[in-house]
Design a protein. Structure first.
Ligand code: PLP
Length: 369
């Protein structure tokens, strides 16, 4: 089996798994309890928060553990939009966790505006200058797109938001652990992340909330996470998330070089064989992400034939795999219909090797060639 769908989820890091085991066996105390049996869990949460904060140049008090990207995104949109009030500006290519949360806050005096992107899937800052104004309370633009990997001009967009006294949130689920992030340098107020996209466990993530931003909790309940995210902490998953992130960041440049080599193997072979295809996304996209559109083909058919050969790829985002229509992202970049329907996403991760890339492209050519 060749797994090339790392934008959907990733294999768990071995060190992360080892670090989680004690908290799923003997160290099962509730971190909120005052007795000494819970002190190991308390320390584990403290250490994990510190590691994660260092990975994005934040302070530990600015990191809040959540159940993953979807929860962080809902929190940011539904509660972030209430901080200053006013309208929400987002982009046309956001994940459905953002798009559907935006749908839910729209109306009742809140208007949601959608920034267009260029053919490479990058938000047009000139449109942002036009759309973000004194009526805007929250701007939310993803750091990297989950379908085509395009990296967005976050720093510039945050400046435009702040110049209009609006908050800036970024859904960095596809970016954390894959590209360098400095929340201070990038001027970010709120940031969403999810562990299973960077070789951590599923069902755990975090939100960065810049110090001084008074966001309301999304979940009501106990006083965990300084009263901002109720619910007994999943200590094992939090520990695993921190170790996975630390390891991914330590190897970031090596992994990037490795993944760029794998990308090159695939696209060069397709070009050598004169296959009629388009490579989507911008040049500086998320390492390992290859969104390809083949002329007069069906992405769905390619996916199933690859599956029969033991190769996992995707037609778009994992969450859209039941919806066989052309995705909103492919529509937004304006691909011609004869290519749009033949779109697939190959996403290599750090456990893939050159043989995977060679076998994958050979299989692909046998279908589209
Ligand atoms: N945002 C983006 C950009 C994603 O790619 C995903 C997952 O595919 C999510 C949010 C949702 O994250 P989670 O699976 O942790 O809920």
């Amino acid at each position: 089996m060749i797994y090339a769908d790392n934008a959907a989820t990733t294999q768990l890091d071995k060190d992360a798994f080892d670090a989680m085991i004690p908290f799923m066996t003997k160290e099962y105390g509730n971190a909120s309890q005052p007795y000494s049996f819970a002190s190991i869990e308390k320390k584990a949460l403290r250490d994990a928060r510190k590691i994660i904060a260092e990975c994005i140049n934040a302070s530990p008090e600015e990191i809040f553990f959540t159940s993953g990207g979807t929860e962080s995104d809902n929190w940011a949109i539904k509660k972030g939009s209430q901080i200053y009030g006013g309208d929400v500006v987002t982009s046309q290519i956001e994940h459905h966790a953002i798009l559907n949360a935006c749908k839910s806050v729209s109306g009742d005096g809140v208007t949601v505006k959608y920034l267009p992107v260029d053919v490479t899937g990058v938000v047009k800052t000139i449109e942002a200058e036009r759309m973000i104004d004194e009526n805007t309370g929250l701007v939310s633009v993803m750091m990297a797109n989950n379908e085509i990997g395009s990296i967005q001009p976050i720093k510039e967009l945050a400046i435009i938001a702040h110049n209009n006294n609006a908050l800036f949130h970024t859904d960095a689920v596809q970016a954390v652990g894959h590209i360098p992030i400095d929340v201070k340098e990038m001027n970010i107020d709120l940031l969403s992340a999810s562990a299973h996209k960077f070789n951590g466990p599923k069902g755990i993530g975090f939100m960065y909330v810049k110090r001084g931003i008074s966001i309301q909790p999304y979940m009501d309940g106990g006083s965990q996470e300084s009263g901002l995210r109720a619910g007994t902490e999943n200590v094992a998953a939090i520990v695993g998330m921190a170790i996975a992130l630390k390891n991914n960041i330590a190897d970031m440049q090596t992994t990037k070089d490795h993944l760029r080599r794998l990308e090159k193997i695939v696209v060069e072979k397709l070009s050598d064989r004169k296959i009629d295809y388009l490579l989507n996304g911008n040049k500086e996209k998320i390492p390992g992400n290859i969104s390809l559109s083949f002329r007069d083909c069906e992405g769905e058919v390619i996916l199933h034939r690859m599956d029969l050969m033991g190769i996992c790829i995707s037609t778009g985002s994992a969450c859209d795999s039941v919806n066989t229509q052309v995705s909103h992202v492919i529509k937004a970049i304006g691909l011609p219909m004869d290519y749009a329907e033949g779109t697939i996403r190959v996403s290599f991760g750090r456990y893939n090797d050159e043989n995977d890339a060679k076998t994958l492209v050979k299989a692909l050519i046998s279908i589209v060639g």
